[in-house]
Design a protein around this ligand. Sequence first.
Ligand SMILES: Cc1cc2nc3c(=O)[nH]c(=O)nc-3n(C[C@H](O)[C@H](O)[C@H](O)COP(=O)(O)OP(=O)(O)OC[C@H]3O[C@@H](n4cnc5c(N)ncnc54)[C@H](O)[C@@H]3O)c2cc1C
Length: 351
Amino acid sequence: MSFQPQQNVDLAELTTFKIGGQAAFFTEVTSASQLPEIFTWLNQKELPHLVLSGGSNTIFGDGIFRGLVIKVSIMGFTTYNESEKSVDIKVGAGEDWDAVVRRTVELGFAGMEALSGIPGLTGATPVQNIGAYGQELKDTVKSVEVFDTKSGELTSLTRADCGFGYRDSIFKSDLKGRYIITGVVFELSKKAPGVPNYKDVVSYFASHNIASPNLAQIRQAVLEIRSGKFVDPSVMPNAGSFFKNPIVTELVAKKIMQQNPDVKLYPEDTKIIPLEGGNYKIAAGWLIQNLGLKGLELEKVRIDPNHALVLENKGGASQKDLKHLVKRVQDAAIEKYDIELEPEPVIVEFN
Ligand SMILES: Cc1cc2nc3c(=O)[nH]c(=O)nc-3n(C[C@H](O)[C@H](O)[C@H](O)COP(=O)(O)OP(=O)(O)OC[C@H]3O[C@@H](n4cnc5c(N)ncnc54)[C@H](O)[C@@H]3O)c2cc1C
């Protein structure tokens, strides 16, 4: 067997939160065909594995991961099945996500322009069904190409197989760890794009006097709006929005609305329209701000003073430090609103 992983590799620098200890073994794959041999090696050694892409949604544990971290760097961007109305594109898991969006916009293909500016690589996008400004990955995914660690085979899953939900999929829940995503196939539209019906986007186009924005203009708007909303991880390490926006029953939502008439409910500007199924989505950032926790510092972590939904590493923080802060926020949300706040990033525990 020729597989030779690197040993004792530092993990913090491979993530945007800059938290984490070491991996006993580490490897980077550039072709799906390398995976069967790697899994034969893992099975022989009876070691666990973790998959890593851009590290913008991962918080590693503090000690040593006694297994193999596999970084997926499989490249490729191919268009096919092109018709008058649509086109399919197959993208390698290791392609930078925003570069993929930029390319589709330049080619005039609609469907992922509102997902501009999201950090990370394409292989991670189905994991939490990334979403922004009304678009979600699941709207354009046709199939996901995977290596099945159970059968040892390369195969393909349909959109339905992936069990997509709000920032969720089988890759993050039911079948976590089973599949390594090697590529994603998208079906994009060649029709004129719809404009995201979000207050910030609508006012951006109103102030720029653009009545029917094209794809490039929508991408530009999203990038500009995002630059004021997110904290650049290269300036202050973070993982973007830290908590999912909680989905609550009508009863809970109405109670909060009565107590706080300025509460932000999602979809935006639909304070009295429930989501499908009669539930409401509430902005987690608003809840944290209303709990008076914006800017709170504990040990080496803090809640950003301007962005209540962004938790940050002030330098040298451990996962333990972060967990203290997370618990503090969660306890306060339960106490005041009886709402459970669930972290969005994947928090990996090392035993
Ligand atoms: C500033 C900032 C802004 C953000 N904005 C948004 C936003 O608007 N919307 C949104 O949805 N998210 C957002 N995120 C979160 C994050 O960027 C996305 O979830 C992104 O898709 C993660 O990609 P990554 O390559 O960094 O994943 P990683 O952190 O490397 O991995 C995330 C998870 O996916 C698994 N995984 C990764 N690659 C594979 C693979 N090939 N096969 C199987 N499993 C894999 C990992 O094991 C891990 O559990 C933001 C993050 C930051 C830092």
